[in-house]
Design a protein around this ligand. Structure first.
Ligand code: NAD
Length: 433
Protein backbone atom coordinates (compact mmCIF):
# COMPACT_ATOMS: atom_id res chain seq x y z
CA UNK A 1 0.00 0.00 0.00
CA UNK A 2 2.81 2.39 0.69
CA UNK A 3 3.43 5.20 -1.75
CA UNK A 4 6.78 5.71 -0.21
CA UNK A 5 8.93 2.72 0.75
CA UNK A 6 12.32 4.08 1.71
CA UNK A 7 12.92 6.37 -1.24
CA UNK A 8 10.52 4.59 -3.64
CA UNK A 9 7.82 6.93 -4.87
CA UNK A 10 5.05 5.10 -6.67
CA UNK A 11 4.12 7.96 -8.99
CA UNK A 12 7.75 8.34 -10.08
CA UNK A 13 7.86 4.58 -10.76
CA UNK A 14 4.75 4.92 -12.93
CA UNK A 15 6.17 7.84 -14.94
CA UNK A 16 9.52 6.12 -15.39
CA UNK A 17 7.73 3.09 -16.89
CA UNK A 18 6.15 5.44 -19.42
CA UNK A 19 9.53 7.09 -20.18
CA UNK A 20 11.03 3.70 -20.96
CA UNK A 21 8.22 2.78 -23.32
CA UNK A 22 8.66 6.07 -25.19
CA UNK A 23 11.96 4.72 -26.52
CA UNK A 24 9.93 2.21 -28.55
CA UNK A 25 7.13 4.37 -29.94
CA UNK A 26 6.57 7.81 -31.37
CA UNK A 27 3.79 9.78 -29.76
CA UNK A 28 3.53 13.57 -29.85
CA UNK A 29 5.23 15.73 -27.22
CA UNK A 30 1.76 17.07 -26.42
CA UNK A 31 0.57 13.59 -25.41
CA UNK A 32 3.61 13.01 -23.23
CA UNK A 33 3.28 16.39 -21.53
CA UNK A 34 -0.42 15.82 -20.90
CA UNK A 35 0.15 12.36 -19.45
CA UNK A 36 2.54 13.69 -16.82
CA UNK A 37 -0.30 15.44 -15.00
CA UNK A 38 -3.57 14.23 -13.48
CA UNK A 39 -6.60 15.99 -14.96
CA UNK A 40 -8.21 16.68 -11.57
CA UNK A 41 -7.62 15.72 -7.93
CA UNK A 42 -10.16 16.05 -5.17
CA UNK A 43 -9.38 15.86 -1.46
CA UNK A 44 -12.35 15.74 0.89
CA UNK A 45 -13.09 15.53 4.61
CA UNK A 46 -15.72 13.00 5.59
CA UNK A 47 -17.36 13.52 8.99
CA UNK A 48 -18.67 10.22 10.41
CA UNK A 49 -20.88 9.80 13.48
CA UNK A 50 -19.34 6.90 15.41
CA UNK A 51 -21.37 4.32 17.36
CA UNK A 52 -20.35 5.92 20.67
CA UNK A 53 -21.82 9.27 19.59
CA UNK A 54 -18.48 10.97 18.83
CA UNK A 55 -17.65 12.55 15.48
CA UNK A 56 -14.57 11.52 13.51
CA UNK A 57 -13.35 13.10 10.29
CA UNK A 58 -11.62 10.96 7.62
CA UNK A 59 -9.61 12.13 4.64
CA UNK A 60 -10.87 10.94 1.24
CA UNK A 61 -9.49 11.32 -2.27
CA UNK A 62 -10.49 10.89 -5.88
CA UNK A 63 -8.10 11.50 -8.75
CA UNK A 64 -9.23 11.56 -12.39
CA UNK A 65 -6.06 11.11 -14.38
CA UNK A 66 -6.91 11.23 -18.07
CA UNK A 67 -10.19 11.08 -19.96
CA UNK A 68 -9.00 11.21 -23.58
CA UNK A 69 -10.60 7.82 -24.31
CA UNK A 70 -13.81 8.17 -22.27
CA UNK A 71 -15.12 8.66 -18.73
CA UNK A 72 -12.53 7.85 -16.08
CA UNK A 73 -12.68 4.50 -14.31
CA UNK A 74 -10.96 3.10 -11.24
CA UNK A 75 -11.24 1.49 -7.84
CA UNK A 76 -11.76 2.91 -4.37
CA UNK A 77 -9.68 1.63 -1.48
CA UNK A 78 -9.89 1.88 2.28
CA UNK A 79 -6.47 1.76 3.93
CA UNK A 80 -4.70 3.79 6.62
CA UNK A 81 -1.79 4.61 4.31
CA UNK A 82 -3.84 6.02 1.41
CA UNK A 83 -2.28 9.28 0.14
CA UNK A 84 -2.86 11.61 -2.77
CA UNK A 85 0.44 10.53 -4.40
CA UNK A 86 -0.61 6.91 -4.29
CA UNK A 87 -3.95 7.86 -5.88
CA UNK A 88 -2.09 9.69 -8.65
CA UNK A 89 0.04 6.65 -9.45
CA UNK A 90 -2.86 4.22 -9.33
CA UNK A 91 -5.09 6.46 -11.48
CA UNK A 92 -2.31 6.79 -14.05
CA UNK A 93 -2.03 2.99 -14.18
CA UNK A 94 -5.80 2.76 -14.64
CA UNK A 95 -5.60 5.06 -17.68
CA UNK A 96 -2.86 2.87 -19.13
CA UNK A 97 -4.69 -0.35 -18.24
CA UNK A 98 -8.03 0.69 -19.79
CA UNK A 99 -6.26 1.70 -23.01
CA UNK A 100 -4.24 -1.52 -23.03
CA UNK A 101 -7.36 -3.70 -23.01
CA UNK A 102 -9.09 -1.24 -25.35
CA UNK A 103 -11.95 -0.12 -23.09
CA UNK A 104 -13.58 3.27 -23.82
CA UNK A 105 -12.40 4.64 -20.47
CA UNK A 106 -9.73 6.86 -18.97
CA UNK A 107 -8.21 6.24 -15.55
CA UNK A 108 -9.11 7.27 -12.00
CA UNK A 109 -8.59 6.09 -8.43
CA UNK A 110 -9.96 6.97 -5.04
CA UNK A 111 -9.62 6.07 -1.43
CA UNK A 112 -10.14 6.89 2.20
CA UNK A 113 -7.35 6.91 4.79
CA UNK A 114 -8.95 4.55 7.30
CA UNK A 115 -8.41 1.15 8.84
CA UNK A 116 -11.78 -0.44 8.04
CA UNK A 117 -11.09 -3.31 10.45
CA UNK A 118 -11.48 -0.82 13.33
CA UNK A 119 -14.97 0.29 12.24
CA UNK A 120 -18.30 -1.38 13.02
CA UNK A 121 -20.53 -2.27 10.07
CA UNK A 122 -22.75 0.76 10.71
CA UNK A 123 -19.75 3.09 10.92
CA UNK A 124 -18.44 1.63 7.67
CA UNK A 125 -21.79 2.25 6.00
CA UNK A 126 -21.90 5.87 7.24
CA UNK A 127 -18.32 6.42 6.01
CA UNK A 128 -19.15 4.96 2.58
CA UNK A 129 -22.28 7.08 2.18
CA UNK A 130 -20.33 10.12 3.47
CA UNK A 131 -17.65 9.56 0.84
CA UNK A 132 -20.29 9.65 -1.91
CA UNK A 133 -21.88 12.80 -0.43
CA UNK A 134 -18.44 14.41 -0.66
CA UNK A 135 -17.56 13.34 -4.23
CA UNK A 136 -21.03 13.19 -5.85
CA UNK A 137 -20.36 16.12 -8.17
CA UNK A 138 -17.08 14.58 -9.30
CA UNK A 139 -18.45 11.17 -10.41
CA UNK A 140 -21.22 9.84 -12.70
CA UNK A 141 -21.72 7.34 -15.55
CA UNK A 142 -20.36 9.76 -18.19
CA UNK A 143 -17.73 11.33 -15.95
CA UNK A 144 -16.04 8.96 -13.53
CA UNK A 145 -17.04 5.46 -12.42
CA UNK A 146 -15.70 3.99 -9.14
CA UNK A 147 -15.38 0.26 -8.34
CA UNK A 148 -14.05 -1.92 -5.47
CA UNK A 149 -10.37 -2.23 -4.59
CA UNK A 150 -8.38 -3.07 -1.44
CA UNK A 151 -10.69 -3.51 1.59
CA UNK A 152 -13.81 -2.46 -0.31
CA UNK A 153 -16.32 -4.90 -1.79
CA UNK A 154 -19.75 -5.36 -3.39
CA UNK A 155 -21.62 -4.48 -0.17
CA UNK A 156 -19.77 -1.16 0.08
CA UNK A 157 -20.38 -0.46 -3.62
CA UNK A 158 -24.09 -1.16 -2.98
CA UNK A 159 -24.26 1.45 -0.19
CA UNK A 160 -22.40 3.92 -2.39
CA UNK A 161 -24.63 3.35 -5.41
CA UNK A 162 -27.74 3.73 -3.23
CA UNK A 163 -26.40 6.99 -1.79
CA UNK A 164 -25.69 8.36 -5.26
CA UNK A 165 -29.25 7.51 -6.35
CA UNK A 166 -30.63 9.27 -3.25
CA UNK A 167 -28.62 12.42 -4.02
CA UNK A 168 -29.67 12.44 -7.68
CA UNK A 169 -33.28 11.38 -6.90
CA UNK A 170 -33.18 8.79 -9.70
CA UNK A 171 -31.63 5.41 -10.47
CA UNK A 172 -28.15 5.80 -11.95
CA UNK A 173 -26.69 2.28 -11.60
CA UNK A 174 -23.92 2.84 -14.18
CA UNK A 175 -22.19 5.28 -11.78
CA UNK A 176 -20.56 2.55 -9.70
CA UNK A 177 -19.54 -0.95 -10.73
CA UNK A 178 -18.88 -4.04 -8.63
CA UNK A 179 -22.35 -3.70 -7.08
CA UNK A 180 -24.33 -6.64 -5.67
CA UNK A 181 -26.10 -8.47 -8.52
CA UNK A 182 -29.53 -7.52 -7.10
CA UNK A 183 -28.66 -3.83 -7.51
CA UNK A 184 -27.53 -4.09 -11.13
CA UNK A 185 -24.15 -5.72 -10.59
CA UNK A 186 -22.84 -8.00 -13.33
CA UNK A 187 -22.66 -11.73 -12.94
CA UNK A 188 -18.99 -12.70 -12.83
CA UNK A 189 -17.68 -9.37 -11.41
CA UNK A 190 -16.81 -10.93 -8.05
CA UNK A 191 -14.04 -13.18 -9.38
CA UNK A 192 -13.23 -11.16 -12.52
CA UNK A 193 -9.75 -9.96 -11.58
CA UNK A 194 -8.56 -13.37 -10.40
CA UNK A 195 -10.23 -15.05 -13.38
CA UNK A 196 -8.74 -12.59 -15.87
CA UNK A 197 -5.31 -13.30 -14.37
CA UNK A 198 -6.02 -17.01 -14.64
CA UNK A 199 -6.81 -16.74 -18.37
CA UNK A 200 -3.52 -14.89 -18.86
CA UNK A 201 -1.70 -17.50 -16.77
CA UNK A 202 -3.05 -20.31 -18.99
CA UNK A 203 -1.42 -18.63 -22.00
CA UNK A 204 1.90 -18.23 -20.17
CA UNK A 205 1.69 -21.84 -19.03
CA UNK A 206 1.18 -23.04 -22.62
CA UNK A 207 4.22 -21.07 -23.81
CA UNK A 208 6.52 -22.17 -20.98
CA UNK A 209 5.21 -25.72 -20.62
CA UNK A 210 4.03 -25.21 -17.02
CA UNK A 211 2.00 -28.36 -16.49
CA UNK A 212 -0.63 -28.80 -13.78
CA UNK A 213 0.46 -31.29 -11.12
CA UNK A 214 4.14 -30.34 -11.43
CA UNK A 215 4.00 -26.56 -11.25
CA UNK A 216 4.18 -24.92 -7.83
CA UNK A 217 2.60 -21.56 -7.07
CA UNK A 218 2.87 -19.10 -4.15
CA UNK A 219 0.18 -16.44 -3.68
CA UNK A 220 0.80 -13.32 -1.59
CA UNK A 221 -2.53 -11.79 -0.56
CA UNK A 222 -5.66 -13.84 0.06
CA UNK A 223 -8.37 -11.27 -0.55
CA UNK A 224 -10.71 -11.06 -3.50
CA UNK A 225 -7.99 -11.31 -6.14
CA UNK A 226 -5.59 -13.79 -4.51
CA UNK A 227 -8.34 -16.17 -3.39
CA UNK A 228 -10.11 -16.48 -6.73
CA UNK A 229 -6.86 -16.84 -8.65
CA UNK A 230 -5.64 -19.53 -6.22
CA UNK A 231 -8.98 -21.33 -6.37
CA UNK A 232 -9.03 -21.43 -10.18
CA UNK A 233 -5.44 -22.63 -10.39
CA UNK A 234 -6.15 -25.31 -7.82
CA UNK A 235 -9.21 -26.44 -9.81
CA UNK A 236 -6.98 -26.68 -12.89
CA UNK A 237 -4.66 -29.02 -10.97
CA UNK A 238 -1.81 -26.62 -10.15
CA UNK A 239 -0.14 -26.95 -6.75
CA UNK A 240 -0.75 -23.81 -4.67
CA UNK A 241 1.94 -24.46 -2.05
CA UNK A 242 1.89 -21.12 -0.21
CA UNK A 243 -0.69 -18.49 0.66
CA UNK A 244 -0.10 -15.29 2.65
CA UNK A 245 -2.13 -12.43 4.04
CA UNK A 246 -1.41 -9.41 6.26
CA UNK A 247 -0.82 -11.73 9.25
CA UNK A 248 1.80 -14.00 7.60
CA UNK A 249 1.90 -17.05 5.34
CA UNK A 250 1.32 -20.82 5.30
CA UNK A 251 3.27 -23.36 3.23
CA UNK A 252 2.70 -27.00 2.39
CA UNK A 253 4.86 -28.88 -0.11
CA UNK A 254 1.91 -31.16 -0.92
CA UNK A 255 -0.27 -28.17 -1.85
CA UNK A 256 -3.00 -26.22 -0.08
CA UNK A 257 -6.76 -26.19 -0.64
CA UNK A 258 -7.80 -22.54 -1.21
CA UNK A 259 -11.60 -23.04 -0.83
CA UNK A 260 -11.21 -24.66 2.63
CA UNK A 261 -8.75 -22.00 3.75
CA UNK A 262 -11.14 -19.26 2.65
CA UNK A 263 -14.03 -20.90 4.51
CA UNK A 264 -12.09 -20.91 7.76
CA UNK A 265 -10.64 -17.44 7.20
CA UNK A 266 -14.13 -15.98 6.70
CA UNK A 267 -15.38 -17.69 9.85
CA UNK A 268 -12.41 -17.23 12.16
CA UNK A 269 -10.49 -14.31 10.56
CA UNK A 270 -7.35 -16.48 10.56
CA UNK A 271 -5.22 -18.05 7.86
CA UNK A 272 -4.99 -21.79 8.58
CA UNK A 273 -3.75 -24.71 6.46
CA UNK A 274 -6.95 -26.77 6.50
CA UNK A 275 -8.85 -29.18 4.32
CA UNK A 276 -12.62 -29.25 4.86
CA UNK A 277 -15.08 -32.05 4.09
CA UNK A 278 -18.50 -30.47 4.51
CA UNK A 279 -18.41 -28.60 7.80
CA UNK A 280 -15.53 -30.64 9.26
CA UNK A 281 -12.11 -29.11 8.73
CA UNK A 282 -8.81 -30.91 9.44
CA UNK A 283 -5.46 -29.22 9.74
CA UNK A 284 -2.96 -30.31 7.03
CA UNK A 285 0.77 -30.52 7.62
CA UNK A 286 2.29 -27.11 6.99
CA UNK A 287 4.88 -24.53 7.96
CA UNK A 288 4.29 -20.94 8.99
CA UNK A 289 6.29 -18.33 7.09
CA UNK A 290 6.66 -14.58 7.12
CA UNK A 291 5.48 -12.59 4.09
CA UNK A 292 9.11 -12.00 3.08
CA UNK A 293 9.80 -15.75 3.15
CA UNK A 294 6.82 -16.44 0.92
CA UNK A 295 8.25 -14.14 -1.76
CA UNK A 296 11.58 -15.97 -1.66
CA UNK A 297 10.21 -19.54 -1.88
CA UNK A 298 11.61 -21.97 -4.42
CA UNK A 299 8.42 -22.12 -6.53
CA UNK A 300 7.75 -21.93 -10.27
CA UNK A 301 5.21 -19.13 -10.13
CA UNK A 302 4.91 -16.19 -7.73
CA UNK A 303 1.69 -14.21 -7.54
CA UNK A 304 1.87 -10.89 -5.71
CA UNK A 305 -1.83 -10.17 -5.04
CA UNK A 306 -1.66 -7.85 -2.03
CA UNK A 307 -0.04 -4.43 -2.12
CA UNK A 308 2.51 -2.33 -3.95
CA UNK A 309 6.29 -2.27 -3.58
CA UNK A 310 6.56 -5.81 -2.18
CA UNK A 311 9.57 -6.77 -4.29
CA UNK A 312 12.31 -4.16 -4.31
CA UNK A 313 16.09 -4.14 -4.76
CA UNK A 314 16.29 -5.48 -1.17
CA UNK A 315 14.74 -8.84 -2.03
CA UNK A 316 14.53 -9.13 -5.85
CA UNK A 317 17.72 -11.19 -5.98
CA UNK A 318 16.18 -13.71 -3.61
CA UNK A 319 13.07 -14.34 -5.74
CA UNK A 320 13.41 -17.85 -7.21
CA UNK A 321 10.22 -18.11 -9.26
CA UNK A 322 10.47 -18.35 -13.08
CA UNK A 323 7.23 -16.47 -13.54
CA UNK A 324 5.90 -13.45 -11.63
CA UNK A 325 2.32 -12.60 -12.55
CA UNK A 326 1.45 -9.24 -10.99
CA UNK A 327 -2.12 -9.31 -9.76
CA UNK A 328 -1.57 -6.46 -7.28
CA UNK A 329 -0.96 -2.99 -8.66
CA UNK A 330 2.70 -1.99 -8.59
CA UNK A 331 4.10 -4.91 -6.52
CA UNK A 332 7.59 -4.53 -8.09
CA UNK A 333 9.72 -1.44 -7.71
CA UNK A 334 11.53 -0.18 -10.81
CA UNK A 335 14.83 -1.65 -9.59
CA UNK A 336 13.25 -5.02 -8.80
CA UNK A 337 11.70 -5.11 -12.26
CA UNK A 338 15.12 -4.52 -13.85
CA UNK A 339 16.74 -7.21 -11.69
CA UNK A 340 14.09 -9.82 -12.56
CA UNK A 341 14.28 -8.94 -16.26
CA UNK A 342 18.07 -9.30 -16.25
CA UNK A 343 17.60 -12.78 -14.79
CA UNK A 344 15.07 -13.66 -17.53
CA UNK A 345 12.20 -14.09 -15.11
CA UNK A 346 8.91 -13.84 -17.02
CA UNK A 347 7.12 -10.85 -15.48
CA UNK A 348 3.52 -10.37 -16.59
CA UNK A 349 2.78 -6.72 -15.73
CA UNK A 350 -0.09 -5.61 -13.51
CA UNK A 351 -1.71 -3.42 -16.18
CA UNK A 352 -2.31 -6.61 -18.18
CA UNK A 353 -2.52 -9.41 -15.59
CA UNK A 354 -5.08 -7.74 -13.31
CA UNK A 355 -7.18 -6.03 -16.00
CA UNK A 356 -9.99 -8.60 -15.69
CA UNK A 357 -11.68 -6.56 -12.96
CA UNK A 358 -12.02 -3.43 -15.03
CA UNK A 359 -13.05 -5.45 -18.09
CA UNK A 360 -16.04 -6.93 -16.23
CA UNK A 361 -16.72 -3.51 -14.65
CA UNK A 362 -16.98 -2.26 -18.21
CA UNK A 363 -19.42 -5.09 -18.96
CA UNK A 364 -21.44 -4.03 -15.90
CA UNK A 365 -21.54 -0.40 -17.07
CA UNK A 366 -22.66 -1.52 -20.56
CA UNK A 367 -25.39 -3.75 -19.08
CA UNK A 368 -26.62 -0.96 -16.76
CA UNK A 369 -26.86 1.49 -19.64
CA UNK A 370 -28.56 -1.01 -21.93
CA UNK A 371 -30.85 -2.35 -19.19
CA UNK A 372 -30.16 -5.81 -20.60
CA UNK A 373 -28.25 -8.37 -18.55
CA UNK A 374 -25.88 -11.09 -19.71
CA UNK A 375 -25.50 -14.70 -18.58
CA UNK A 376 -22.45 -15.80 -16.62
CA UNK A 377 -21.20 -17.70 -19.66
CA UNK A 378 -21.42 -14.61 -21.85
CA UNK A 379 -19.43 -12.62 -19.27
CA UNK A 380 -16.73 -15.29 -18.96
CA UNK A 381 -16.42 -15.91 -22.70
CA UNK A 382 -16.04 -12.20 -23.43
CA UNK A 383 -13.56 -11.75 -20.59
CA UNK A 384 -11.51 -14.68 -21.82
CA UNK A 385 -11.51 -13.37 -25.37
CA UNK A 386 -10.21 -9.94 -24.32
CA UNK A 387 -7.56 -11.19 -21.86
CA UNK A 388 -6.24 -13.82 -24.26
CA UNK A 389 -6.20 -11.47 -27.23
CA UNK A 390 -4.42 -8.61 -25.40
CA UNK A 391 -1.90 -10.96 -23.79
CA UNK A 392 -1.10 -12.36 -27.25
CA UNK A 393 -0.59 -8.87 -28.69
CA UNK A 394 1.63 -7.74 -25.84
CA UNK A 395 3.66 -10.93 -25.97
CA UNK A 396 4.22 -10.62 -29.73
CA UNK A 397 5.19 -6.96 -29.45
CA UNK A 398 7.65 -7.77 -26.67
CA UNK A 399 9.22 -10.50 -28.81
CA UNK A 400 9.46 -8.29 -31.89
CA UNK A 401 10.93 -5.31 -30.03
CA UNK A 402 13.04 -7.53 -27.73
CA UNK A 403 11.73 -5.77 -24.69
CA UNK A 404 9.84 -6.63 -21.51
CA UNK A 405 6.11 -7.31 -21.59
CA UNK A 406 5.63 -4.27 -19.34
CA UNK A 407 7.30 -2.05 -21.89
CA UNK A 408 5.31 -3.59 -24.76
CA UNK A 409 2.08 -3.13 -22.80
CA UNK A 410 2.88 0.54 -22.28
CA UNK A 411 3.65 0.99 -25.97
CA UNK A 412 0.29 -0.52 -26.89
CA UNK A 413 -1.58 1.64 -24.36
CA UNK A 414 0.30 4.85 -25.16
CA UNK A 415 -0.37 4.46 -28.87
CA UNK A 416 -4.09 4.16 -28.17
CA UNK A 417 -4.19 7.14 -25.77
CA UNK A 418 -2.10 9.20 -28.18
CA UNK A 419 -4.48 8.42 -31.03
CA UNK A 420 -7.46 9.65 -29.00
CA UNK A 421 -5.63 12.74 -27.77
CA UNK A 422 -3.99 13.67 -31.06
CA UNK A 423 -7.30 13.36 -32.93
CA UNK A 424 -8.27 16.57 -31.13
CA UNK A 425 -5.29 18.47 -32.58
CA UNK A 426 -1.58 18.68 -31.74
CA UNK A 427 1.12 21.34 -31.72
CA UNK A 428 1.82 20.65 -35.42
CA UNK A 429 -1.83 21.22 -36.24
CA UNK A 430 -2.04 24.49 -34.33
CA UNK A 431 1.37 25.87 -35.29
CA UNK A 432 0.87 28.96 -37.51
CA UNK A 433 1.80 28.23 -41.17
P1 NAD B 1 -8.57 -7.33 -0.65
O1 NAD B 1 -8.77 -6.25 0.33
O2 NAD B 1 -9.72 -8.21 -0.98
O3 NAD B 1 -7.34 -8.27 -0.20
C1 NAD B 1 -6.09 -7.77 0.13
C2 NAD B 1 -5.29 -8.93 0.69
O4 NAD B 1 -3.95 -8.51 0.93
C3 NAD B 1 -5.81 -9.44 2.04
O5 NAD B 1 -5.74 -10.84 2.06
C4 NAD B 1 -4.83 -8.86 3.05
O6 NAD B 1 -4.73 -9.64 4.22
C5 NAD B 1 -3.56 -8.94 2.22
N1 NAD B 1 -2.51 -8.07 2.74
C6 NAD B 1 -2.62 -6.83 3.26
N2 NAD B 1 -1.43 -6.40 3.67
C7 NAD B 1 -0.52 -7.37 3.38
C8 NAD B 1 0.87 -7.50 3.55
N3 NAD B 1 1.58 -6.53 4.09
N4 NAD B 1 1.46 -8.65 3.13
C9 NAD B 1 0.73 -9.63 2.58
N5 NAD B 1 -0.60 -9.57 2.40
C10 NAD B 1 -1.22 -8.44 2.79
O7 NAD B 1 -7.99 -6.61 -1.96
P2 NAD B 1 -8.04 -7.12 -3.46
O8 NAD B 1 -9.22 -6.52 -4.11
O9 NAD B 1 -7.84 -8.59 -3.49
O10 NAD B 1 -6.77 -6.36 -4.08
C11 NAD B 1 -5.45 -6.90 -4.00
C12 NAD B 1 -4.57 -6.20 -5.03
O11 NAD B 1 -5.15 -6.36 -6.33
C13 NAD B 1 -4.43 -4.69 -4.84
O12 NAD B 1 -3.14 -4.29 -5.25
C14 NAD B 1 -5.46 -4.13 -5.78
O13 NAD B 1 -5.17 -2.79 -6.17
C15 NAD B 1 -5.32 -5.09 -6.94
N6 NAD B 1 -6.49 -5.13 -7.82
C16 NAD B 1 -7.73 -5.42 -7.35
C17 NAD B 1 -8.79 -5.46 -8.24
C18 NAD B 1 -10.17 -5.87 -7.82
O14 NAD B 1 -11.03 -6.04 -8.70
N7 NAD B 1 -10.45 -6.06 -6.54
C19 NAD B 1 -8.59 -5.19 -9.61
C20 NAD B 1 -7.29 -4.90 -10.04
C21 NAD B 1 -6.25 -4.87 -9.14
Amino acid sequence: MQTQVGDINLFETALSQMEEALRYTRVSDDTIEKLKWPKASLEVSIPVRMDDGSLKVYKGYRVRYDDSRGPTKGGLRYHPLVTIDEMKALSFWMAIKCALVDLPFGGAKGGVAVNPKELSRFELERLSRGYIDAVADFIGPDVDIPAPDVYTNAVIMGWMSDQFNIIKRRQVPATITGKPVGMGGSLGREDATGRGGYYVFLEVAKQLGLNPGETTVAVQGFGNVGFHFGRLLHEEGYKVVAIGDSQGAIYSEAGLHPPSIKEVKDREKRLDAVYCHGTVCDMVEHERLSNEELLELDVDVLIPAALENQITERNADKVKARVVLELANGPLSREADAILNSRNVTVVPDILANAGGVVVSYFEWVQNRAGYYWTINEVRERLKEIMTREYGRVYEMSQEAKTSMRCAAYVQALNRIAHAFESRGTKEYFRPA
